[in-house]
Ligand binder design. Structure first.
Ligand code: MN
Length: 387
């Protein structure tokens, strides 16, 4: 498809290029080479895939998490002009690459925060899939975005849904938003049943194919908790304006209720390709071949309330949001650490909310934190002894 010179080519920096969101972003980019150029890539340690991506998309820079990976990739790309960097400094350098105007942040966890700040400081627009940036960074991120006059377009499917419903609307006329949740693999389970679930069961998500960390977060409902806090910051809402409803079919991706009682929803087959493409083509919509909802086969859309007594993570997230300051950052760090331990099969499923609750109980909140306060809190929580 040709848009007849209507659009300038977007120069992208893609952080987290080898993950689930990263690879799907590159499949969108690949469809429109005349409209997207990849200026830089960053990823963890998947050298083989990064080499393929480098040869295909020809970025100027690539950054890897570890030195060893960077050395290996440098060797493999000796015949090219790609500059290979590493570590936090590499990520920072890449996020501020001058020739790019958009950063797609698809990093996992708190590691996504600093590169977002780097990109914002350079006045780059952000397509944001890293929810921990907003949860831990909070107001700081939105204030910086406002100061620099940049646009943050959410990629998280629920927030993309809300953002789409808000196009052409006055955001001050919103009475509340309804975040839908699939309920995850343990929907309807009692606490007793949850005490016996295994890692393999937790990794089986019914509707979405995602990375491991977010899949566990979906099983505990912490993913929805993080999304509540993400929405609070992104859309400037009070917590009591954010409702979570379990909708097992994942066809409605979220809803906005306005002050006149009217409700708008965004629907579609659960496929992250749609919100990714929307973020890249925003404010326009471009064609796609993503699967369509088949209404003949969609018998019903159902709703139920989340069980916050069994799925304590969601309740803890609301509590952290109410307390504010560095509490959401502390909660997020405790969750990341607990999920790591659960993925290593060292703690049980219900240890996750227990560890988060204990951390929150001990945490001394700093209100209106600076970036370094937030980074310190994150490190302190990760270093605390929890086993
Ligand atoms: Mn989501």
């Amino acid at each position: 498809m040709d848009f007849g010179g209507k659009y300038n080519r977007k120069n992208l920096i893609l952080l987290g290029s080898t993950g689930s969101i990263g690879t799907q972003t590159l499949s969108v980019v690949e469809k429109w080479p005349q409209y997207f150029k990849v200026a830089a890539l960053a990823a963890g340690s998947n050298v083989k895939l990064l080499e393929e991506q480098a040869r295909k998309f020809k970025p100027g820079f690539i950054s890897l998490a570890q030195k060893e990976g960077a050395e290996e990739l440098r060797k493999r790309l000796r015949d090219t002009s790609v500059k290979v960097l590493c570590g936090e400094e590499g990520l920072w350098e890449i996020a501020s690459t001058p020739e790019a105007d958009w950063v797609v942040n698809a990093l996992v966890g708190f590691d996504g925060l600093k590169p977002t700040v780097a990109a914002l400081q350079e006045g780059k627009n952000i397509a944001l899939a890293n929810k921990e940036t907003l949860v831990a960074g909070g107001e700081l991120i939105m204030n910086l975005a406002e100061e620099k006059g940049v646009t943050i377009v959410p990629i998280d499917s629920e927030h993309s849904a809300i953002f789409q419903c808000l196009q052409g609307e006055n955001w001050e006329r919103v009475s509340k938003i309804v975040l839908t949740a699939s309920g995850g693999p343990f929907r309807g389970c009692t606490l007793k049943e949850l005490s016996k679930v295994t890692l393999a069961q937790a990794l089986e998500h019914p509707n979405w194919v995602m990375g491991k960390k977010i899949t566990i977060d979906s099983a505990t409902l912490m993913n929805k908790g993080l999304e509540v806090l993400e929405a609070q910051i992104l859309f400037g809402l009070d917590l009591d304006q954010i409702e979570v409803v379990v909708h097992p079919q994942s066809i409605i991706h979220s809803m906005v209720e306005f002050i006149d009682g009217s409700v708008k929803a965004q629907l579609g087959v659960p496929d992250m390709g749609v919100p990714i493409q929307f973020a890249l083509t925003y404010p326009d919509r471009w064609p796609s071949s993503f699967e369509r909802v088949n209404w003949r086969e969609t018998e019903r859309l159902s709703f139920e309330m989340p069980d916050m007594d069994s799925f304590r993570c969601l309740k803890l997230a609301y509590e952290a949001g109410k307390i504010g300051g560095t509490m959401p950052a502390a909660m997020n760090a405790a969750n990341e650490r607990a999920v790591e331990l659960f993925l290593a099969d060292r703690i049980s499923f219900l240890d996750i909310p227990r560890i988060i609750e204990e951390t929150m109980h001990k945490h001394k909140v700093i209100s209106c934190p600076s970036l370094s306060d937030i980074i310190d809190v994150d490190r302190e929580v990760r270093e605390q002894k929890i086993l």
